[in-house]
Design a protein around this ligand. Structure first.
Ligand code: 3HC
Ligand code: NAI
Length: 709
């Protein structure tokens, strides 16, 4: 069935114009591909029509298949599965030339539709790409077979395996596009279509092009290089290699057989857990910005100037984030020496970007000029937002907030970068608790894409909405969480790290624990992370918050001994590992310290299997996550997932800890948590929500959805 609302049909003299109208991104939702195919058929049946132009209305050409439909296909919903191939093949079979006119992005099924047309023109700002790999799949509508026929096997494999955007200029040079149109796109496309019709040549069908694949002897080593790159950049992900595999088939099989082979690999990928997880992440990244209970039209405060207190590790990175976004920022330290030290780190970072060719010298200087160093509060009254990033010490934070409350303008947002402390207690020293909020950045703050935004009990909706919006300007994703010790991220992480330490005390080795979690997909193992973040940081927080350890609970024995020995991690050249530069080397001294401490405490040594290591760390995360969800500290399970993927190196292809739990099955997780509770006691008290959902249909995602309604 074709729907005239979805694909308009009009004529301009002898050219039929098909206009896709499916906002916001003209995805190929049911009715759209059918509409395009029907329009081409209609044009072919009309003698007065000599050529067809396909164009998108609104901000973009077709941005891909409708990703929402994939979930329906996988869950076996009736009627959801319609192969695009017959429709695209129908377009390609047109006797009259079909010209595709691209603006915005032609992505995934959008580029596949464009390649089924005979010619492609685009505005110079357009971009094309096959980003399916980011959803754990391969192009499923001929992309892996048509793209190498246009731009060669090696280039097509690289484009599909990386999923990157390709500029119109590059697409033109590599044969994907035929022409760039300056000025009005539709006019240019119609003129091009008329030329093709007038030439009298038969339309050029991509399936018939066979002289652009390239030499096997040349592209084979290039494919080997791409595969190596995939293993490095997308460790643990199956889709990148599947993309290369499918593209490599193109020159070896007749086109129709190539499509069949592609369809088989596509199905295999689509039904995989990795694809389910990555699709969850695609929608999750967009969902976290929409906070239940905060109205879309909440008025926002204007942020034109910022100020940061503390130019240490975090303050420097936060100031860089503001300056990178073009927002002038004052950076305050206690004295000139510390200020200079902070500035020299910032300058070093920009110099390194210039050296690597990522930033032009003049641009670096212009950005640096937006950072205004100071040792006093004189200009703080101009700031629309003040971010505190001083040591993690409640008394100091209170003192700083009292000071900035005295100098800030009435509307200013007062944000704390605290990673654990109580936002309400900090807000209470000001006369404007409604303006106080947590902006928990992650290290390095100029690079990491996450801000955990912590709402206090009095934080106003305007301050929350402005914070969420501001994060986008800083090119980061904000996730809103409630106030408790460690908020979502660190409260969960603490338990994960604790279990990692208990495991080594019971007989696992540091390398084994780190290896198991890296093999699971974590960016780094827990001990490597502790050495990077600083063992001193965690120990100081623990020292300051003794009440966080319940009476009678087992405590980790070794971390604080390392701290006392000055083994803070990478920054002192030794921690859980010793370091040769940044390379970690297992240290027998630490192993001996662990064994001795365990023996003194009467902890029995045993061989620990990899599965136990995985469960004790990852299931511990999940159990705390369930508590946070029930307490309302995390609004939805997807919020926890995004925090873990963007802030803690959790593998996106597992969808985040809560989605991973849903995949494993909450009954299985609960049984293991209960088992560890029986064996290890207190820290493993099963979360009531986990217990409640421990049945075949139980899922954190569904709980959160039901709860939000
Ligand atoms: N299907 C369904 N919804 C989509 C979509 C798609 N392909 N692409 C975007 N959307 C939705 C988003 O979820 C969002 O919805 P919301 O407003 O309800 O949150 C809305 O469109 C706008 O999207 P963005 O916020 O991402 O808008 P931007 O302007 O920032 O970005 C974009 C636009 C670059 C097109 C970006 O949306 C994007 O990268 N989309 C996905 C492209 C993609 O992966 N295409 C391949 C799909 S798979 C495929 O085609 C398989 C084929 O081979 C068979
Ligand atoms: P840091 O020790 O590197 O820097 C703190 C800086 O604050 C020091 O340079 C100090 O001189 C300065 N300072 C102290 N009192 C001041 C005052 N009154 N006025 C101006 N400057 C003052 O510490 P870091 O790591 O940057 O941590 C800062 C905050 O960020 C802490 O709350 C920490 O918990 C949090 N955080 C740290 C992360 C990390 O990985 N280091 C990650 C996320 C949050």
């Amino acid at each position: 069935m074709s729907d005239p609302e979805l694909v308009g049909y009009s004529t301009q003299d002898n050219v039929a114009v098909l206009t896709v109208n499916n906002p916001p991104v003209n995805a190929l939702s049911p009715g759209v591909p059918q509409g395009v195919a029907a329009g081409v058929e209609r044009a072919n049946a009309d003698e007065a029509i000599h050529a067809v132009v396909l164009i998108g209305s609104g901000r973009t050409f077709i941005a891909g298949a409708d990703i929402k439909e994939f979930g329906k296909i996988v869950s076996g919903e009736k009627g959801a599965e319609v192969s695009l191939n017959p429709l695209l093949n129908g377009i390609e079979a047109s006797e009259k030339p079909v010209v595709c006119a691209i603006h915005g992005t032609a992505l995934g099924g959008g580029l596949e539709t464009a390649m089924a047309c005979h010619y492609r023109v685009a505005v110079p700002e357009a971009q094309v790409g096959q980003p399916e790999v980011k959803l754990g799949i391969i192009p499923g509508a001929g992309g892996t077979q048509r793209l190498p026929r246009l731009c060669g096997v090696a280039k097509a494999a690289e484009i599909c395996a990386s999923g990157r955007m390709v500029s119109a200029q590059e697409a033109l040079e590599s044969g994907i596009l035929d022409k760039l149109v300056e000025g009005d796109l539709l006019e240019g496309a119609i003129a091009f279509a008329r030329e093709r019709a007038a030439s009298g040549e038969p339309p050029r069908r991509t399936r018939d092009i066979s002289d652009r694949f390239g030499d096997k002897a040349q592209y084979e080593p290039m494919l080997a290089g791409i595969r190596q790159e995939c293993a490095k950049r997308a460790r643990g992900m199956t889709a990148p290699l599947k993309n290369v595999e499918a593209v490599e088939l193109a020159p070896t099989l007749p086109f129709e057989e190539g499509l069949e082979a592609e369809a088989k690999i596509f199905q295999e990928c689509l039904f995989s857990d990795q694809s389910k997880a990555l699709i969850h992440v695609f929608f999750g990244q967009r969902a976290v910005g929409k906070v239940p209970g905060i109205a879309k039209d909440t008025p926002l405060l204007e942020i034109k100037q910022a100020a940061v207190v503390g130019a240490g590790t975090m303050g420097g990175g936060i100031a860089m984030s503001y300056a990178n976004a073009g927002i002038p920022v004052t950076l305050k330290e206690t004295d000139q020496e510390r200020l200079n030290a902070g500035l020299s780190v910032i300058r070093g970072n920009y110099e390194s970007s210039v050296k690597k060719g990522r930033l032009k010298q003049e641009k670096a200087e212009q950005i640096m000029s937006l950072i205004r160093p100071t040792t006093d509060y004189d200009t703080f009254a101009e700031a629309d937002i003040i971010v505190e990033a001083v040591f993690e010490n409640m008394a100091l934070k209170k003192q700083v907030f009292a000071e900035i409350d005295g100098v800030a303008k009435p509307q200013a947002i007062l944000a704390s970068n605290t990673s654990t402390l109580n936002i309400d207690e900090i807000a209470a020293v000001t006369k404007r608790p409604q303006s106080v909020i947590g902006h928990h950045f992650f290290s390095p703050a100029n690079i990491m894409p996450l801000i955990e935004v912590v709402r206090g009990k009095e934080t106003s909706d305007t301050v929350i909405a402005t914070s969420m919006n501001l994060a986008k300007r800083l090119r980061k994703t904000a996730v809103l969480v409630g106030n408790c010790f460690g908020f979502v991220g660190n409260r969960m992480f603490e338990q994960y790290q604790r279990q990692a330490q208990f495991l080594v005390e019971e007989g696992a080795t540091i390398e084994q624990v780190d290896r198991v979690l890296r093999e699971f997909g974590m960016a780094m193992g827990p001990f490597a992370v502790a050495d990077l973040a600083g063992i001193d940081v965690g120990c100081r927080v623990a020292e300051e918050n003794p009440d966080q350890i319940p009476d009678g609970a087992r405590t980790a024995l070794v971390a604080c001994q390392l701290y006392e020995q000055g083994r803070y991690g990478q920054k002192t050249g030794a921690g859980w590992y010793k370091y040769d530069g940044r390379k970690p080397i297992p240290d027998p001294e630490v192993e001996a310290l662990i064994r001795k401490s365990a023996e003194d405490a009467g902890i029995e040594q045993r061989t620990i299997g990899d599965q136990e290591i995985l469960e004790r760390t990852v299931y511990a995360l999940i159990n705390v996550g369930a508590n946070l969800l029930e307490e309302g500290i995390a609004v939805r399970s997807v919020d926890i997932d995004m925090i873990y993927i963007m802030g803690y190196g959790f593998p996106a292809y597992r969808g985040g800890p809560m989605f991973y739990a849903d995949l494993v099955g909450l009954k299985t997780i609960y049984d293991r948590v209960q088992h560890y509770h029986n064996v290890h006691g207190l820290w493993w008290e099963p979360a009531p929500l986990l217990k409640q959902l421990a049945k075949p249909t139980g899922s954190f995602s569904h709980f959160a959805e039901a709860d939000a309604q």
